[in-house]
Design a protein around this ligand. Structure first.
Ligand SMILES: Cc1cc2nc3c(=O)[nH]c(=O)nc-3n(C[C@H](O)[C@H](O)[C@H](O)COP(=O)(O)OP(=O)(O)OC[C@H]3O[C@@H](n4cnc5c(N)ncnc54)[C@H](O)[C@@H]3O)c2cc1C
Length: 310
């Protein structure tokens, strides 16, 4: 038998929890669905140094714990299961779990995104101990050190440029013989004295002791392996939004990020999105939390029949 609710929030990262707080406080009958654990990407984060109002050096896990306490404190209903499928009929959304079905009048997608991994040996082992997926977040820890960025698109070049002002030396490893990044970015990159581009190469293995200190690099043309001594590896080979369940239901960009208006409303009236699963210019905690609040307010107004002017 299906359970009926007003609002389903899918994902309990900071975006989803923020939505749930605003929805619960507005009196909506909402349910938070989380396939893993409360906190989302916070659980992979070492220190948080750029979340305004939060003490510098706060651990990602500690903020995740606070979110969990908030959910409990507000008595927000949470289901610890993944939503595997979504169907829409008559402006109602059916959410399928392994062995149950929920029907909601509205849904907030807060399913986040996952950084594409290299899939090489040592990547998981040195995550947070040299391996990072975010230069803006972690670059600070590599002041005066040698780092490597892997990737060849705009993000990789932007990461390398950002790191070149912090690190002593930045290597940019790219698997092809030319970069995909925009011309103006490449121009800036090649003008930087402390950036060296290593073409036709991939990361073969990530090595070290307690922290990363060495990369094994493979030349894609010759197959030859060489060693690169660095303290950090920034993986910038793209991100993948967790939006498969919304495919063919709401509009997305070519990379699968959900398109919304400024009220976080998707192309379908009763579905909103917030955080890393939506197309947005800055993928950070603070923006995900803010968008979560906006999405909940929009859902509240829609469910109460109020008009939202744009
Ligand atoms: C290593 C690392 C360091 C970072 N450092 C910083 C930093 O210092 N400062 C900063 O501001 N930002 C940082 N970021 C970025 C920041 O973490 C993200 O922008 C933010 O966490 C996005 O939050 P979110 O709620 O949108 O998504 P997420 O945190 O990704 O949460 C999405 C949640 O949805 C769940 N979910 C997905 N699909 C389903 C489904 N079908 N059913 C149920 N649940 C589902 C997932 O399990 C997950 O818990 C960092 C990210 C990483 C990975």
């Amino acid at each position: 038998m299906s359970k009926h609710i007003d609002l389903a929030i899918i994902g309990a990262g900071i975006g989803g929890v923020s939505s749930a707080v605003y929805a619960a406080r507005s009196g909506l009958n909402c349910m938070l669905f989380e396939g893993n654990a409360i906190g989302g990407q916070l659980l992979f984060m070492e220190n948080i140094d750029n979340y305004i109002g939060l003490k510098m050096g706060t651990k990602g896990r500690d903020l995740a714990k606070t979110l969990e306490e908030t959910v409990k404190g507000l008595k927000i209903n949470i289901v610890n299961e993944s939503i595997s499928k979504i169907d829409i009929s008559d402006r109602l959304v059916q959410l399928s779990l392994d062995d149950s079905l929920y029907v909601a009048k509205g849904v907030i997608a807060a399913t986040g995104a996952s950084f594409k991994k290299l899939g090489v040996e040592g990547e998981a082992q040195f995550l947070g101990r040299g391996v990072s997926y975010c230069a803006v977040c972690d670059g600070f820890f590599f002041k005066g050190k040698d780092v490597c960025v892997v990737g060849g698109g705009n993000t990789a070049v932007e990461e390398a440029l950002y790191l070149s002002d912090i690190a002593r030396k930045v290597y940019l490893v790219h698997r092809r013989d030319e970069l995909r990044a925009m011309g103006y970015l490449q121009k800036e990159l090649f003008e930087k004295k402390n950036i060296e581009v290593i073409f036709d190469s991939i990361i073969h293995k990530i090595d070290g002791g307690e922290f990363l200190n060495r990369l094994s690099i493979e030349n894609t043309k010759t197959g030859r392996l060489s060693s690169l001594e660095v303290n950090g590896l920034f993986v910038a080979v793209g991100v993948r939004p967790n939006t498969d369940i919304f495919k063919d239901i709401i509009s997305m960009d070519d990379n699968g990020f959900i398109l919304t208006d400024e009220h976080m409303k998707s192309s379908y009236d009763c579905i909103w999105a917030c955080g890393d699963c939506r197309k947005r210019p800055l993928k950070q905690l603070i923006t995900a939390a803010a968008e979560g609040a906006v999405a909940a307010l929009s859902a509240y107004k829609y469910l109460k029949g109020y008009y939202i002017s744009s």
